[in-house]
Design a protein around this ligand. Structure first.
Ligand SMILES: *Cc1c(COP(=O)(O)O)cnc(C)c1O
Length: 410
């Protein structure tokens, strides 16, 4: 169903309400539609039947389309079938899951890891398990939606800190000194912010937490596999260990090209989550083949540093080219390189114009980003060729000129 397909007249209370709300979304240029993809989500992608260069995937290392990862999944499918039957507590977990958890614990330098079916489930499950009404959650205002929802769901007092501001976190700690005896304070932040690509001040947050007997949780969805030696993630890159970041979450659907997520931490943390994380306890374990795919991707990451090197060379090429052409980027050093245009309609227009030229970059609009900061969220991959990046830069220059300054001929 597309934005343009006329719907039949609404009948009944529910349909009338939906009709009203959809109209409002449409009128604000915030209506969203999906595009149909044929084949894999690699650096080349087939969007609605058109071959494109893909600049909006989080598959930063090109592993989602790596035949070796697919082959590992296929072997696990043959050996272990498609489904995992039930929650791991009910029917057990497969050797594929067990092996991956051991690899993830080793990769993150923590005693144990626990697989969840998604990053969303991990964040919700962890926050709800760890915090109750008497506790205090101090969260960066640009944290991922799953951390925001988890924070609301757990019922703890929710203090929102200005984005990446150490003084703001310190202020929230000062404000919560009056907490009840035995109450815990948890600081939580994305490591790499998903829509801006900038980094949290992790070392400073860890120091703050330590100085105030608080704990720190980091969501490294966009850092794991990309940053740090061996792709160990943003926390490792900041020189922080388990004593600084006792609760570490990362996902497997981004740089590892698979799906699912994990929490890594102490034996005690993982044992507690197995007892109490509702999104883990009451959810079917991820298919064993997904775990096998992620394990294969992790092994490739370990054996072949050239993918991360290629990724960073591509980021550099894109940023240098943009600077030369006067394309205004944010100050990001990560694969996420947003081009903020402000207005939602303009972002859509830019995206459509790029798609015409065989370049696939989605427009990101509110509520995913704050009102007035609609953008093209450009992401780079190790699998992009130099020509892809040059073509993107060319197309961006032309499209920006036409959409932002319509009077000036491109
Ligand atoms: C993508 C993302 C998630 C959610 O992970 P899924 O596995 O896609 O559910 C959580 N946190 C951050 C920061 C993310 O970017």
């Amino acid at each position: 169903m597309s934005a343009r397909t006329p719907l039949p007249a609404p009948v009944g209370a529910l349909e009338r309400r939906l009709d009203e709300r959809l109209e409002r979304i449409r009128a604000a240029d915030l209506y969203r539609v999906r595009r149909a993809i044929d084949g894999s989500h690699g650096a080349r992608i087939r969007v609605d039947g058109r071959d494109c260069a893909n600049f909006c995937s989080n598959d930063y290392l090109g592993l989602a389309a790596d035949p070796r990862v697919a082959a590992a999944a296929a072997r696990a499918l043959a050996a272990s079938g498609t489904g995992s039957g039930a929650s791991a507590l009910v029917s057990g977990y497969n050797r594929e899951h067990q092996r991956l958890e051991e690899m993830l614990a080793a990769q993150t330098g923590r005693p144990r890891a626990l697989l969840f079916s998604s990053g969303w489930a991990a964040n919700l499950g962890v926050l709800r398990a760890l915090l109750g009404r008497e506790d205090v959650l101090i969260a960066d205002e640009l944290n991922h939606a799953s951390l925001i929802d988890g924070g609301r769901l757990c019922g703890a007092r929710y203090l929102r800190a200005e984005h990446a501001s150490v003084p703001a976190f310190a202020q929230c700690l000062a404000e919560s000194e009056d907490r009840a005896a035995g109450a815990m304070r948890l600081l939580v932040s994305d490591s790499v912010f998903s829509m801006d690509g900038d980094l949290a001040p992790l070392a400073e947050l860890a120091e703050l937490a330590r100085g105030h007997d608080a704990a720190l949780m980091v969501d490294d969805a966009h850092g794991f596999g990309v940053l740090g030696a061996d792709g160990a993630g943003a926390v490792a890159a900041a020189g922080l260990g388990i004593e600084d970041v006792p609760v570490y979450v990362a996902t497997l659907g981004k740089s590892l090209g698979s799906g699912g997520a994990f929490v890594a931490g102490s034996e005690r943390l993982i044992e507690f989550l197995i007892q109490r994380a509702r999104t883990w306890v009451f959810s079917t374990a991820p298919p064993p083949a997904l775990a096998a795919a992620a394990a294969s991707a992790l092994q490739i990451l370990h054996d072949e540093p050239q993918h991360r090197e290629a990724l960073f060379a591509n980021i550099e090429r894109f940023r240098a080219g943009a600077a030369q052409l006067g394309i205004p980027l944010m100050r990001s050093t990560t694969p996420i390189q947003p081009l903020v245009v402000g207005d939602a309609a303009r972002a859509l227009e830019l995206s459509a114009e790029l798609l015409e030229k065989g370049i696939w970059v989605a427009a990101i609009r509110p509520p995913t980003v704050p009102v007035g900061t609609s953008r093209l969220r450009i992401t780079l991959s190790a699998a992009h060729r130099s020509e892809d990046i040059d073509r993107l830069l060319d197309a961006l220059r032309a499209a920006l000129q036409r959409v932002m300054h319509p009077a000036v001929p491109a």
